[in-house]
Unconditional design. Structure first.
Length: 385
């Protein structure tokens, strides 16, 4: 007997609910939630928590000292022990400061919903809510407990949420990340680069450039040579980039500079490449006689390698095909909290959120009519995984 077409069943149930989905999105977006503003973020946390409390789930608010509170929602309908746990991961913080809404209001025009955080990633949270509705209302047999984790600081490095995310991931068999998809076709993100930042500090010796040049050690010269060296490690085809994005040093032109500093953006697609870059950075030694060198920092997020998402993507693709949705994939140059979960060794599929464009920009928007299908796909994944 063929498997029943669950994705189509979920979609059928969700399609008529699009106006409700849009109203919920509006509700989330008009409550601004900048990662750096705790009070504002907490107000948004209230609004999101209220929506989840309407469902038959356990909602826990995890209070934070310096950031908005995190929200953990647990759904397990059965009376027996669940066969495992699935984690649905996302963040409700945005990159926009309070007041952005005045210049960039929530509005719907020509099938697109605009506003700060619509695409990255409040529509993703809405889709998850309705995916849960679909699962609850159809009463299909659910094998695993589902934990939905909505954090408050992804856009500012996830410092307060990282441990929580990793702990929850380790308890899970799979992680579904509701970060935005890519492009108008809504490609999933099956690989993400690892990302980091390193600083190179150089200490030379100051001296008069005209009267006593022989006594100076030029820190800028040393730094320039080190930067030239690091730039040679770039291998765009392999996904390795080292970008010297910020540099400072020296005082006046007639002074041999004593100090110089550069900040490098580091990215790699493979864990082995990340390790190689770190090894090379740590192995840097002074070139200019008398100069001293110090390297700090490194990768903050390891790469999400494609092998960590391959099986989940294949499943998603076949479930999407049940509703004639042809699902594609891409590699993202930036990291997300999915990098953390994949690095814990837990299969992770990212980019399952909204379809749209313009994240972190004035024209951020989602394609409204894609919401029910994406929610249905998530429901199907939670049911089938
Ligand atoms: Zn995001």
């Amino acid at each position: 007997m063929p498997e029943p077409n669950f994705t189509r069943m979920f979609l059928k149930m969700l399609k008529p609910r699009l106006p409700e989905m849009l109203a919920t999105l509006r509700n989330f977006v008009v409550t601004e939630s900048p990662g750096l503003e705790k009070t504002a973020a907490n107000r948004c946390c209230d609004v999101i928590a209220e929506e989840w409390r309407k469902r038959n789930v356990r909602v826990e608010r995890l209070a934070q000292k310096h950031r908005g509170d995190h929200l953990r929602v647990t759904w397990w309908p059965g009376k027996m022990r669940p066969a495992g746990q699935l984690l649905v991961l996302g963040h409700y913080d945005t990159v926009y400061a309070t007041g952005t809404l005045a210049k960039m209001p929530f509005r719907v025009s020509a099938g697109k919903a605009y506003g700060p955080g619509t695409f990255d990633m409040k529509a993703g949270i809405v889709q998850a809510l309705f995916a849960l509705d679909a699962l609850q209302r159809t009463a299909v047999l659910q094998r695993k407990r589902v934990v939905f984790l909505w954090t408050s600081d992804e856009e500012i490095n996830s410092e307060s949420s990282r441990k929580l995310i990793e702990a929850e991931a380790r308890r899970s068999d799979a992680v579904f990340v509701l970060e935005p998809s890519f492009g108008p076709r809504g490609l999933l993100k099956t690989a993400r680069k690892g990302v980091g930042e390193a600083e190179i500090f150089v200490r030379g010796r100051a001296s008069h450039a005209g009267l006593a040049p022989q006594e100076g050690v030029n820190a800028i010269h040393e730094l320039a040579r080190q930067i030239a060296k690091t730039q040679e490690w770039n291998d765009i085809a392999r996904g390795i980039t080292i970008n010297a994005g910020h540099i400072e040093g020296g005082t006046r032109t007639n002074v041999i500079p004593e100090r110089a500093r550069a900040v490098l953006d580091l990215r790699a697609l493979r864990i082995a490449d990340m390790q190689r870059v770190m090894k090379r950075l740590r192995a840097l030694r002074p070139i200019v006689p008398g100069a001293r060198l110090e390297v700090r920092g490194g990768f903050n997020r390891a790469p999400l390698e494609r092998k960590m998402s391959a099986a989940l993507f294949a499943r998603a693709k076949s479930l999407a095909a049940q509703i004639n949705l042809s699902l594609g994939e891409c590699t993202a140059g930036g990291g997300s909290d999915g990098n953390f979960t994949a690095a814990c060794g837990v299969p992770t599929l990212d980019g399952l959120g909204a379809v749209g464009d313009g994240a972190h920009s004035a024209h951020e928007h989602i394609l409204v009519k894609t919401m029910p299908a994406r929610a249905a796909l998530l429901a199907a994944l939670l049911h089938a995984s």
